[in-house]
Design a protein around this ligand. Structure first.
Ligand SMILES: Nc1ncnc2c1ncn2[C@@H]1O[C@H](COP(=O)(O)OP(=O)(O)OP(=O)(O)O)[C@@H](O)[C@H]1O
Ligand SMILES: [Mg+2]
Length: 451
């Protein structure tokens, strides 16, 4: 994250100096202003992540009127700038009026350093999230890049990923997207397709891991009428449908060995034969594959063909789990909140501080998908203008907090699934086997639990 810039405004030199030292020590870049005119001048010049300002200035030292008028002017200059006002201890009325005029938070003097820092950091983070989503929407509008899915990547960990995506997106390279459940693999595939010259043609998605032996070939390669008993008419396979475009092969690790050989042949030759026909058709398809398994390990144990892996992973894009890129949590949550609030027509403006802290601290085993579910649920439950921590209902999933007797059947199921997935490194097939359900049944449950 770039260094946050803060404007600190007060007419008392010692206050300015104390705050400047405190904030510099915490890695903030600090500008100071000692009068309303200086504040407006500074805001006109620079780009700030937040302003911390006193309400009283020398012209009229007690009523706070000057500060309140100033707030209105700042709002007019930049409504996205978070302003935290400082008020004299006990003057809650002033703080309330300030919040009404657009201040995001207030702090009483004399202030508590730790508390002030938390408030400031929270506001900086939230404002960045809001500004980013506004910027993204604007970029999409300006570039007319409507085909681009909204991908939020603020964290340092995602910057190399984004650069790699930008480099390989426009090429025809086969890309293997890896990462845990819900990390955004499909979204990345959409983004890559949108950024390629193939964008005007189709992106065809096939969950190859979920196809049964019987339908695999006819689904991918098509069939002709009469090829088998149920083949009542000709059928175009997904490879042909994707001709000129991109084929997204999802859950690739779950394809059995026999079918891997068939897939490899088509990838090598670029030719498909519909089942029951000997006519070959050339297809021009770019392949993107995704998996949450470690394919190299699958190769080592003989469950995945090495030659197929080499065909698929010309470039590998690995998406880190959300817990390894916590700076993305709030921006994604904020974006999601805006979308869901509009959808459910709720007048929600954001998360309150404990809610933000809870979002930040949670482990997110289900990654972005779990985050989206949590925010959607919270939007439905929230009653006021802010989402509260309670609305998010983020219980620690693996903690010994709830004893079995106190858990619902749903919760027990979720815990067991999480444990099985963790045990097999996210491999759904193996987890399903251990849990005694079919792979597709486990997938359904994963979705319903938001995992
Ligand atoms: N960086 C991101 N910014 C915004 N939304 C995201 C981001 N990453 C993922 N999402 C959203 O999270 C959800 C899950 O993403 P996606 O379906 O791409 O994950 P996945 O890795 O394919 O999951 P699975 O392994 O379960 O198939 C989607 O709604 C997607 O739009
Ligand atoms: Mg997916």
């Amino acid at each position: 994250m770039p260094t946050p810039r803060v404007l600190v405004a007060d007419d008392q030199r010692d206050v300015l100096e104390a705050l400047r030292l405190l904030l510099k020590g915490e890695g903030f870049e600090v500008e100071t202003a000692a009068s309303p005119a200086a504040i407006l001048a500074a805001l006109g010049m620079g780009d700030f992540d937040a302003a911390l300002m006193d309400l009283n200035y020398t012209r009229d030292t007690t009523s706070g009127r000057e500060g309140l008028d100033l707030l209105t002017q700042i709002q007019a200059l930049d409504a996205t700038l978070p302003v935290i006002v400082m008020t004299a201890w006990g003057s809650v009325d002033g703080a309330v009026e300030a919040m009404r005029r657009g201040a995001r938070d207030y702090i009483e003097k004399p202030w508590d350093n730790a508390r002030l820092l938390t408030q400031l950091k929270t506001q900086v983070e939230l404002a960045r999230a809001l500004r980013l989503s506004a910027r993204l929407a604007e970029q999409n509008r300006l570039l007319g890049r409507d085909g681009f899915p909204e991908l939020i990547v603020e964290s340092a960990a995602m910057q190399p990923v984004l650069r790699l995506m930008e480099r390989v997106g426009p090429s025809d390279a086969a890309v293997l997207v890896t990462g845990e459940h819900g990390t955004g693999k499909e979204l990345v595939a959409q983004w890559l397709h949108a950024s390629s010259p193939r964008a005007p043609r189709s992106l065809v998605t096939v969950n190859v891991g979920g196809l049964s032996e019987g339908v695999f070939e006819s689904e991918l390669f098509g069939h002709v009428k009469g090829a088998f008993t149920d083949a009542k008419a000709d059928r175009t396979g997904r490879f042909e449908l994707a001709d000129g475009g991109t084929l997204f092969l999802d859950e690739i690790a779950n394809v059995p060995l026999g079918q891997q050989a068939k897939l490899l042949r088509v990838l090598q030759t670029g030719e498909v034969e519909r089942v029951g026909s000997s006519r070959t058709r050339r297809v021009d398809v770019r392949v993107i594959a995704a998996t949450n398994a470690d394919l190299k390990a699958e190769v080592a144990t003989g469950r995945f063909r090495e030659d197929l892996l080499f065909r698929l992973n010309t470039v590998e894009i690995h998406l880190p789990p959300l817990r390894a890129r916590r700076e993305d949590i709030l921006p994604i949550a904020t974006q999601c909140l805006r979308r869901q609030a509009a959808r459910y027509r709720k007048p929600l403006t954001g998360f309150d501080r404990p809610a933000m802290e809870a979002l930040h601290a949670h482990g997110w085993p289900g990654n972005v998908r779990e985050l989206e579910h949590a925010v959607e649920r919270a939007v439905l439950l929230a009653t006021g203008e802010m989402v509260h921590a309670g609305d998010l209902a983020l219980e620690a999933p693996s903690g010994p907090a709830a004893s079995l007797e106190e858990m619902t059947l749903e919760d027990v199921e979720k815990v067991l699934i999480e444990k099985a997935l963790a045990r097999f490194g996210g491999n759904v097939s193996q987890a399903a086997k251990q849990l005694g359900v079919s792979r597709s049944a486990l997938y359904r449950r994963l979705k319903s639990h938001g995992l």
